[in-house]
Write a protein that binds this ligand. Structure first.
Ligand code: PHE
Length: 463
């Protein structure tokens, strides 16, 4: 008879919280949040984002962890376990596995850019160059084929090496090192920023509500970003939840994870905007903010700037690594749980497939691959994958998880599950959570989807 290996569990609550926060804190916080805050005029956008985290993000985060912990399975197995082999709910699990492949494949390319910039900072590459020359570096990198594949493969090797060692000895161990380090250097950078002339202007921009040019569709952007930044809708948090012992405090851990993620996102703004305002650059530079604008400023600062630049890009690599690990773990654990493969084989196979999936994204800027295809759709692979994942797969996954836990799961089991292991949550907390899952989250996600497909135009309706 076959003996099943017992499921691995986290070593401690801190280990779980750091790993889940490691998943949440990533390129979303450091690369994307500051630039969409810039584009949307700061202030009110940040406030709305905080509401989205609190009212939609956190409830779905708790729902995912509940489904994971109670089934002790990764997404596909979890829905088979809870809803039955025949039910279609397991399709959400498959959607999650697919999202893992899609997101990690292009995420790794962006992380590869950060690796490249780390390397350039180390070799004093920006010093003595004109702002135009530094700004042009990103364009050259983006359109280069081979170098992108090179850094993409380095990043994938890093991710695979962590996942292959398992939950406790790989994921937990590395997050215990990377996360405190990341938070610490971020705080040091934020303190450095306080002494810059532009700090007050930056604080005012990020925290003070001014009659900004925020459009109603900016609200949906904040909401969509709440999903991405908390790693929701594709089973990453569900999978990490499945390595929890039944007696763990889900509400408390979720608040810590959401708190850390939000803290780092705000910190990222308070590191970057003071630098940007001090040197008179534009906070609305868009996606190029960290790869184009910041290196120009680091170059202007001179020798110390290179060191700052090095630390900053190392941070980004760390943050991306701990998120990448959670993305690969979703697909790896599918093979382990459902196909009963061993971890080494699963990690190598899935990591290899993700690497191959990423090659077209790495070549996207160079137009080397299927130019006709890209021409037909008006988007390259990289943009197509990013678009599909953030606008479709994650919101849809999140919607169905909210619907499942809100409407389908047996209320008595649900209540017992969320309250097991907590001593501090009251009845109002439970009721509030269910209402948010049943009504608020689904309506919010439906709005994102309708806006994305162009069936409604929020700006025209409200504006
Ligand atoms: N949350 C990560 C970030 O902010 C991205 C991510 C999405 C990771 C989905 C895992 C799952 O960068």
């Amino acid at each position: 008879m076959e003996t099943k290996i017992a499921r691995e569990h986290w070593g401690s609550r801190l280990g779980f919280v750091l790993a889940a926060a490691g998943s949440a804190v990533g390129l979303g916080n450091i690369w994307k949040f500051p630039y969409i805050t810039g584009e949307n005029g700061g202030g009110i956008f940040v406030l709305i984002y905080l509401f989205c985290i609190l009212l939609v993000g956190l409830p779905i985060l708790m729902a995912e962890i509940v489904v994971g912990r109670s089934s002790q399975k990764s997404p596909v197995g979890a829905f088979i376990e809870l809803a039955g082999e025949e039910s279609n709910w397991k399709l959400i699990g498959f959607l999650g596995v697919l999202s893992g492949f899609v997101i990690l494949s292009y995420y790794s390319v962006v992380a590869g850019w950060a690796l490249n910039y780390t390397f350039m900072s180390l070799t004093n590459f920006f010093e003595g160059k004109t702002p135009d020359e530094i700004g042009a570096i990103f364009g050259e990198l983006y359109t280069a084929g081979g170098i992108n594949i090179f850094w993409h493969s380095i990043f994938m090797v890093m991710v695979i090496s962590v996942v292959i060692s398992g939950v406790k000895k790989g994921i937990e161990k590395w997050n215990r090192i990377l996360m405190p380090f990341l938070i610490l250097i971020f705080i040091v950078l934020a303190v450095f920023s306080i002494f810059l002339d532009g700090w007050k202007e930056a604080a005012d921009f990020v925290f003070m509500p001014h009659a900004s040019k925020l459009k109603p569709s900016g609200v949906l952007e904040a909401l969509g970003h709440a999903f991405f930044t908390l790693s929701l809708g594709m089973g990453a948090m569900l999978t990490y939840g499945s390595y929890l012992e039944q007696e763990s405090d889900i509400p408390k851990s979720s608040l810590m994870i959401g708190g850390l993620d939000t803290f780092v996102a705000l910190l990222a703004c308070m590191v970057m905007f003071p630098i940007i305002f001090t040197y008179g650059h534009d906070p609305q530079a868009g996606p190029g903010l960290i790869f184009q604008t910041l290196p120009i400023i680091f170059g202007e600062i001179g020798g110390g700037g290179m060191f700052l630049s090095f630390i900053f890009f190392v941070l980004i690599v760390f943050a991306a690594l701990s998120s990448g690990v959670s993305l690969l773990e979703v697909v790896t654990s599918y093979l382990i749980d459902e196909k009963e493969w061993d971890r080494v084989k699963s990690t190598l196979v899935t990591g290899g497939i993700v690497f191959i999936f990423g090659v077209p994204s790495a070549l996207s800027g160079s137009g080397a691959l299927f130019p006709q295809w890209e021409h037909m759709y008006g988007k390259n692979f990289f943009d197509t994958f990013d678009y599909l994942a953030s606008n479709w797969m994650l919101p849809l996954g999140g919607l169905f998880i909210a619907l499942y836990v809100g409407w389908v799961m047996d209320p008595a089991t649900r209540k017992a599950d969320i309250q097991r292991g907590t001593s501090w949550t009251q009845n109002w907390f439970y009721k509030g959570w269910v209402i948010l899952l049943k009504y608020i989250a689904p309506i919010a996600v439906m709005l994102i989807i309708l806006q994305r497909v162009g069936l409604i135009d929020i700006d025209a309706i409200i504006g």
